[in-house]
Design a protein around this ligand. Structure first.
Ligand code: ATP
Length: 328
């Protein structure tokens, strides 16, 4: 990786006996969107708060743009934006006042302050809400305001803790678009979430944490590509009795029925080798009245759980992505 913007080395942070972050190391390439994924208590927020200079590590080091976060926190803060996982509205404060206040807190004044506030308000589509009290915003609007605040100092590196939590599908889509534009502008983003598939679409690479440890760091496709080495699941639809298909699958070597369906079955073939798969599907079509085969893309959730099983024994419970719900 050429010139990583973020370098994390052997980072550790314990709270009493809880090893919240237990010796993690990774690099983040400039201009990448990276997902930080893990179940509740995996250590995501602790690691992010340290990177955002809000907490001190017990040991290990983080540099951002080559600057050590412990030795030079003030310098680092000029280049980072931190979006916490909760938004606290201020009473009697409008959206405009809120951004103005945080702009001043960054040290901007006069025309420069007005320009920065205008820019982030525009970008996050908050212009029409400028005079609304911050206490009366919807979840999606609050998240946009929180992101606007994070962008006021035009940071190179953004650390966003669970930014999509609790957003409805429309607000999630809007958020995803904002992430896409920020990426196009060359920003580096670290985004945490429980929702693997949501992050999969948004991110160039994913970091998985479990019990304070980093258990995987790779590009989004690398997890799904693992099925080339394991089995492939097909959804098979048949014309006529499903029993004929189930009988066929029961006697053919390599097949395992995952689930019986109304017009067919979900079944796994043990090999991902393309030649073997094609021969098997040809044979099935010749012997049964097949209406359709659909290869099932393995979901990131499944890939993650399998990976943890292979490495560490029992996986932690992970909520499954839904349309609007989000586990906390
Ligand atoms: N200030 C603190 N005092 C004591 N324990 C803490 C503190 N902050 C975090 N922990 C503990 O450290 C562990 C990691 O917590 P952390 O919030 O970093 O996890 P997380 O992956 O962000 O979880 P979640 O998704 O639930 O926010 C948990 O066991 C948590 O209870």
């Amino acid at each position: 990786m050429s010139d990583p913007i973020v370098k994390v080395r052997g980072l550790e942070r314990a709270f009493g006996r809880v090893r919240a972050v237990d010796g993690i190391s990774f690099d983040l390439a400039r201009g990448q969107v990276v997902g930080l994924i893990g179940a509740n208590g995996a250590g995501k927020t602790t690691a992010m708060r340290i990177m955002a200079t809000l907490d001190m590590p017990d040991s290990g080091a983080v540099t951002i743009g080559g600057v050590d976060i412990v030795d030079y926190p003030t310098r680092v803060r000029r280049h980072i934006g931190w979006m916490p996982d909760h938004f606290t509205p201020y009473s009697d404060t409008t959206v405009g006042d809120y951004l103005d206040f945080f702009g001043r807190a960054h040290g901007f004044a006069g025309a420069e302050l007005a320009r920065r506030v205008d820019e982030v308000r525009d970008f996050t589509d908050l212009v029409s809400l400028n005079d609304r009290p911050t206490t009366g915003l919807s979840k999606g609007q609050s998240q946009r305001l929180c992101l606007a605040r994070t962008l006021l100092n035009n940071p190179e590196f953004l650390i966003l803790d669970e930014p999509a939590a609790g957003l409805d599908p429309k607000a999630r889509l809007e958020f995803k678009n904002l992430v896409r534009v920020l990426r196009e502008r060359g920003k580096t983003l670290l985004i945490s979430s429980h929702i693997l598939s949501e992050l999969g679409e948004m991110c160039d690479s994913l970091i998985f944490m479990d019990a304070g440890r980093l258990v995987h760091h790779g590009d989004t496709d690398s997890l799904q590509r693992r099925d080339a080495r394991t089995g492939i699941v097909f959804e098979i639809e048949i014309h006529g009795p499903v029993a004929a298909l189930l009988d066929w699958l029961a006697v053919r070597p390599g097949w395992r029925v995952v689930e019986q369906l109304r017009d067919g079955a979900r079944a796994e073939f043990a090999s991902g080798e393309p030649g073997a798969v094609a021969a098997e599907l040809r044979r099935m079509s010749a012997e049964l009245q097949i209406v359709e085969f659909r290869r099932q893309e393995r979901r990131l959730e499944e890939a993650f759980v399998e990976m943890l099983r292979a490495g560490n024994g029992a996986p932690p419970p992970l909520p499954v992505a839904g349309n609007g719900g989000d586990a906390q």
